[in-house]
Design a protein around this ligand. Structure first.
Ligand code: EPZ
Length: 416
């Protein structure tokens, strides 16, 4: 039998869950270890498939790693390879983030074309355009991209405020001669956190969190210790689950400053969101009101919480409208929600959700990480048993999801 998650619903979630450190901060921060020969220690690292994949790629390059007490120490002494191999890269798009650091350190990076979720073509043209404007030579082979050359500072304009391109160019610029300015940079909290680590390593960076980031290259960077920010998307997922199931949940470590748009929409659908010094409490209302969402770059509504919110909208009393403006194919969860009785129609990048009284347990697929999270939320609300197939997508980004939901009262079984 294939691996799956079995959930018996409906269950209202009550109690407390601790939010883990952010996957999307940890992954670029792991890539930063390549920028120095000294050890980089990241504390409270989440136990996620993607962290394991990134570790295996780094080990394959000759990086040494040591885990102890929830911390991960990486030391890029002598590198044995600058190649990101297919067998790992096709599994995780974030492997592209290694290019910038490899280029800056070794003057060469070889990347097998990255993979990742099934949420669109996800090109890396903006990454490569940035490296080229910094003087790198870009060669595209069969299924490899090779970037090589000595980098120097440049003015880089991003046509789209791409999170990954901003991070990649940032990493490359820290050791490049001269000044690099990234215009129309992404402003996500994970980028601010990456810059925190880079500054601790001795990098000269100004404007993190704004759309103009200026990096002045330095000759060398040194080791550092850093505790990444809490995972705002994991927090959003549990907040939405609390509201959707009619529960009352406290999320320890959740940072409301990173969740303003999600809190705004949860309040609009009737939930009560209470900000506490060390977390956020979400108390559901007796009835869910329909809402309108348009995803956007930070600080707009996060595309990574869109699928989860759609699961909630299936039970709102009225018509909700969700427009996905970041990825061209991020509605894979619609057909799966329909199997549970949801009434959703899609017109191009907009989904119109007619709320229904009930959802029913069904066999569904986790088509990508956040769609998988939406299936979990829908299954918690649905009447009867749901079986979620391909759960490895979910394990890529949700640490201890079975234990955390069980503690909140869910009837959930993880079958390997
Ligand atoms: C990061 O992906 C996140 N991943 C994604 O989270 C998140 O959905 C995304 O940012 C948007 O917030 C990590 O941080 C590891 P982008 P990334 O470059 O960097 C287009 C999750 O669920 N684009 O900001 O790949 C691209 O196709 C994951 O944890 C280009 O056209 O996203 C997309 O339409 C899923 N050319 C848009 O920009 C490029 O060179 C935004 O992509 C790069 C991107």
């Amino acid at each position: 039998m294939d691996a799956r998650i079995i959930i018996e619903g409906p269950t209202r979630l009550f109690g407390e869950a601790e939010i883990s450190r952010s996957k999307n901060a940890v992954l670029p921060e792991m890539a930063a270890c390549l920028l120095t020969e000294e050890p980089i220690t990241l504390k409270d690292i989440p136990d996620l498939l993607d962290v394991g994949t990134m570790t295996r790629i780094l080990l394959g390059m000759g990086v040494q790693s040591q885990s102890s007490g929830g911390s991960l120490t990486l030391r890029a002494g002598e590198l044995s390879s600058v190649k990101v191999p297919y067998e790992h890269a096709h599994r995780m798009r974030a492997s592209v983030l290694l290019m910038g650091a490899l280029l800056a350190r070794e003057g060469r990076a070889e990347l097998s074309l990255p993979g990742g979720c099934a949420i669109g073509t996800r090109p890396i043209d903006l990454h490569l355009k940035g490296f080229a404007s910094m003087g790198a030579k870009i060669e595209q082979g069969e299924d490899f991209i090779i970037a090589s050359g000595k980098l120097r500072g440049a003015r880089v304009y991003l046509d789209i405020p791409s999170v990954g391109a901003t991070e990649n160019i940032l990493l490359a610029a820290t050791l490049s001669e001269g000044q690099t300015m990234i215009e129309n940079a992404a402003r996500e909290p994970e980028i601010i956190d990456l810059c925190e680590l880079l500054r601790k390593m001795g990098a000269d960076i100004r404007g993190a969190g704004t759309d103009m980031i200026t990096i002045t290259g330095v000759n060398r960077l040194h080791g550092a210790t850093h505790r990444p920010i809490a995972d705002r998307i994991e927090a959003a997922t549990y907040m939405i689950a609390a509201a959707a199931t009619g529960g009352d949940v406290f999320l320890k470590n959740a940072n409301s400053a990173h969740l303003r748009s999600v809190i705004n929409k949860l309040t609009a659908c009737g939930a009560k969101v209470i900000d506490a010094p060390n977390g956020i409490r979400v108390r559901a209302s007796s009835e869910l009101s329909p809402i309108y969402i348009r995803t956007a770059s930070y600080p707009g509504f996060p595309t990574d919480a869109q699928a989860q919110f759609m699961a909630l909208c299936c039970l709102a009393r009225g018509t909700s409208v969700i427009t996905e403006s970041i990825f061209e194919n991020r509605f894979m969860h619609v057909s799966e929600l329909r199997r549970m009785g949801a009434n959703i129609r899609v017109e191009d990048r907009t989904a119109i959700i007619e709320g229904t009284q009930k959802l029913f347990g069904a066999n569904v697929n986790a088509t990508d990480l956040r769609a998988g999270a939406a299936m979990v939320i829908a299954a918690l609300c649905a009447f009867g048993e749901s079986v979620i197939h391909d759960p490895h997508h979910i394990y890529r980004g949700y640490e201890l999801i079975g234990e955390k939901l069980t503690r909140l009262g869910a009837k959930i079984k993880m079958v390997e």
